[in-house]
Design a binder for this molecule. Structure first.
Ligand code: ADP
Length: 269
């Protein structure tokens, strides 16, 4: 499908974020068409997840990355609205604890990967270890630059062992981030989400962009591709992520296990 091809970053290619419009409305002609299409995809995702769970052999991992207020929470809320929480695991990655830091950077990540039959959603991920760590100078370049290869190898391990890996970068503009952060400050229901540190990160916008450019170029592979999703419009952003996920699950084509012999046609007394 063309939409997914446009969003996917080819292995070794630069994502060229400057050439991608964060305000693009992709996947539908209008917002109402988009919401209708999203409704169908959400339903389909529910069916496919149920089969994946019943099959219990493989799993899917969605990695969500993006600048502050790019909509990671919104995607999780909308796209997974029709999914049975029993077969779904959302993991948010915060600043590492001292125990995390006493291990290699993938230690805490591996432990939170989806089990067979599950869909795992990473709200931030091991990519913080080559983005936030780099921009905030929490490790030397000699340390973080080696991590790209470790990440590629780690994701290959997951894939070889039955986990499909899909990575989404929510691409928002600096102006839309400003509006969304201001909204958080102004709305008492959203204020808890705003941290003063968000402004420090915003001041380093260009450094974050550069770090993402490099991380995406170094780690987009045939089997674990990155998708750059325009994220300035919520409905189109959600629609694109839903298309990507449904596409990945359709390719897996999970099957419910066969019934016990003699069950088909049985009349329950
Ligand atoms: P969010 O902004 O995703 O809603 P928080 O406000 O709790 O969530 O922020 C989580 C913070 O943890 C982010 O600033 C992120 O950069 C940071 N973080 C996550 N993983 C790491 C890591 N491995 N190293 C350093 N910082 C990290």
């Amino acid at each position: 499908m063309n939409l997914l091809d446009d969003l996917r970053v080819r292995p070794g290619a630069a994502p060229r974020l400057d050439h991608r419009d964060p305000g693009a409305r992709l996947g539908a002609d209008s917002k109402s068409d988009g919401l209708e299409r999203l409704g169908k995809l959400v339903e389909r995702l529910g069916v496919l997840q149920n089969r994946l769970y019943a099959e219990g052999r493989r799993s899917l991992l969605l990695v969500l990355q993006g600048m502050d207020a790019s909509g990671k929470d919104g995607v999780i809320r909308s796209v997974f609205a029709g999914v049975n929480p029993q077969g779904c695991r959302v993991e948010a990655f915060n600043v590492p604890t001292s125990e995390d830091l006493a291990h290699d950077f993938l230690w805490r990540v591996h432990a939170r990967c989806p089990a067979r039959g599950e869909i795992g959603i990473f709200n931030r991920s091991h990519y913080e270890d080559v983005v936030a760590v780099r921009v905030r100078k929490l490790a030397d370049e000699s340390v973080w630059s080696k991590r790209y290869a470790h990440i590629v190898a780690f994701e290959r391990l997951l894939i070889d062992e039955g986990t499909s890996v899909v990575k989404v970068f929510l691409h928002e503009s600096k102006e839309v981030q400003r509006k969304r952060l201001q909204e958080r400050v102004d709305d008492p229901e959203k204020r808890w989400k705003f941290r003063v540190g968000d402004l420090d990160d915003r001041a380093k916008w260009n450094e974050f962009r550069r770090a993402y450019e490099d991380a995406i170029r170094e780690t987009s592979t045939h089997t674990a591709p990155w998708f750059v999703v325009p994220a300035d419009h919520n409905w189109s952003r959600n629609l694109c992520v839903a298309e990507i996920l449904v596409g990945a699950l359709e390719r897996l084509d999970p099957k419910v296990p066969p019934a016990d012999p003699g069950v088909a046609g049985l009349v329950v007394p």
